[in-house]
Design a protein around this ligand. Structure first.
Ligand code: TMP
Length: 212
């Protein structure tokens, strides 16, 4: 049996990750590709409870607490959901993963990157995504999109524009094995098609060969 494929969607607030995830789920279903969709923080009972606290605007979190709880949620999700699904040969799509911690707790909060990397490694046991799709979007546009969608501002979304600018810069600078940038100001269908082409190029054995 194949060892599955781990795909992560990343980007600033309002970039369209959730819409893309839905599109990818529909396409996998239509093609009979066994896929599991998760979100971070979240995806298990404990991690969803932590998410509620982490995003609660009434709670006073310090940056170090945030780092430790985000990665605690990740440790649970990796152990209980992601690794077992990959071992069954499934494609796992995660709405956010380790790059979010680099961008938000590292670049955004200013925590030392070596601490962020170390804690993340401890949480994941060294699991890294096969493909990371980064949705590039001007944070001001993301904010407008969320406002237009009537999304209530959670604790992270309420951070000021300079925080979100640091997060967006970290995403723009992200590079490495399997990291691909997509223009998130295109239509949802174009973003989905661009994402699918990347997946086919990177993992033809899972997503089928490209038609180009
Ligand atoms: P979202 O995925 O619905 O956008 O909400 C998750 C929020 O949590 C988002 O503001 C980013 C933030 N976050 C971090 O700050 N660090 C992390 O490691 C993760 C996974 C998310």
């Amino acid at each position: 049996m194949s060892s599955g494929c781990f795909v992560v969607l990343e980007g600033p607030e309002g970039a369209g990750k959730t819409t893309l995830l839905r599109g990818l789920a529909d396409r996998c279903r239509a093609l009979g590709i066994g896929a599991v969709m998760v979100r971070e923080p979240g995806g298990t009972p404990v991690a969803e409870a932590l998410r509620g606290e982490l995003l609660n605007a009434d709670r006073p979190w310090t940056p170090a607490m945030e780092l430790l709880y985000m990665t605690t949620a990740r440790a649970d999700l990796v152990t209980r959901v992601i690794r077992p699904a990959l071992a069954e040969g499934r494609a796992v799509f995660s709405d956010r993963f380790d790059l979010s911690t680099m961008a938000y707790q590292g670049a955004g909060r200013g925590l030392p990157m070596e601490h962020v990397r170390w804690v993340n490694d401890a949480a994941t046991g060294g699991l890294t995504p096969d493909v990371t799709l980064v949705l590039d979007l001007d944070p001001a546009v993301g904010r407008e999109r969320q406002h237009a969608a009537g999304k209530g501002a959670d604790r992270m979304e309420r951070e000021d524009a300079t925080f979100h600018e640091r997060v967006a810069q970290a995403y723009l600078a992200a590079s490495g094995p399997g990291v691909h940038h997509l223009q998130a100001d295109a239509s949802p269908e174009d973003v989905l098609n661009a994402a699918w082409r990347v997946l086919q190029r990177e993992r033809p054995e899972t997503f089928g060969p490209t038609s180009e």
